[in-house]
Structures are given as C-alpha cells and as structure tokens.
Design a binder for this molecule. Structure first.
Ligand SMILES: [Zn+2]
Length: 148
C-alpha cells in the first residue's frame, strides 16, 4: 500500500514539473536580482569610505549576478517560444466535385481524412458531392502543400 501511494505521487510530480520549472526559475532569478542590487548598494556605501578595491569587488559581483538574471530570463523565453512554434496545424482541403461549382474549402485535419476520400457532407454552395483533394501541414513562413 505504502509503495503504491509513493509511486503514484512520483508520477503526478513528473507530469507537473515541466510547468513548474519556469516558476522556480523566475523565483531564483528574482532572488539573485535582489542580491545583485544589494551588492551594488554595498559597493556604493563602501566607495564612500574610500575602499575602492572592496567597492569594485561588490560592484563586480552585482553586475555579474544581474547579467546572469538577464541571460536566464532571455533563455527561458526563447525556449517557450520554440515550443509554441513546434506545434504545426494540419489542414484538409475539400473541393466540390460539381464542375460548375468547384467550391474549395479548408478545415482542420480530422482523424480518418485521406486524399481522394468522398465526403458525406454536401457542398454548401450547390449541394454536390465533396472530396478531399489535399492535406497539408501549416508552416509559418511557407505553406508547404503535400497534395497529390
Ligand atoms: Zn459545390
């Protein structure tokens, strides 16, 4: 019983970690950012006493910590943007088989779609038979068509 609950809690943890990483990262960045600001303040205070070496040391620590924060934030933002781009939309092209109409429509790909498949849904314009004439993956820059 004990083992069972343990493994179950582990499983739920692993599924939610990917979304938690970002919030942890932001927390760490905020703490380091606060510390770097404190270091810069200390540097300014030490500089007033005339100890330039210690002031420079604190200023250096503050600046490096701040640069790290900016880098981490930039890196995490870049990653989330890439993930969003990696989900392409698959579209299905439907054409009316009535030569006088030839109404062309596109909709999101549905399971069981294939090229040259006759559809039960009638054309919205003339009520004629419709057929799938193409299935393509939507790409942001270029529209690549894999139609036969
Ligand atoms: Zn039609």
């Amino acid at each position: 019983m004990r083992m069972n609950t343990l493994s179950r809690s582990k499983q739920t943890n692993s599924t939610s970690t990917s979304s938690r990483i970002n919030t942890y990262l932001i927390l760490i960045v905020l703490v380091v950012l606060a510390l770097s600001i404190v270091a810069l303040f200390v540097a300014a205070q030490v500089l007033l006493t005339g100890d330039t070496i210690t002031a420079g040391l604190f200023a250096g620590i503050g600046l490096i910590a701040m640069a790290m924060c900016v880098f981490l934030l930039f890196q995490s933002r870049k990653q989330t943007a890439e993930v969003k781009l990696d989900i392409p939309k698959v579209m299905t092209i439907i054409e009316c088989q009535n030569k006088g109409c030839a109404n062309k429509t596109t909709r999101e790909f549905q399971r069981g779609d294939y090229v040259f498949k006759d559809l039960d849904v009638a054309c919205g314009k003339c009520g004629g038979k419709q057929m799938i004439t193409g299935i393509y993956k939507e790409v942001k820059e270029k529209e690549k068509t894999y139609a036969v």
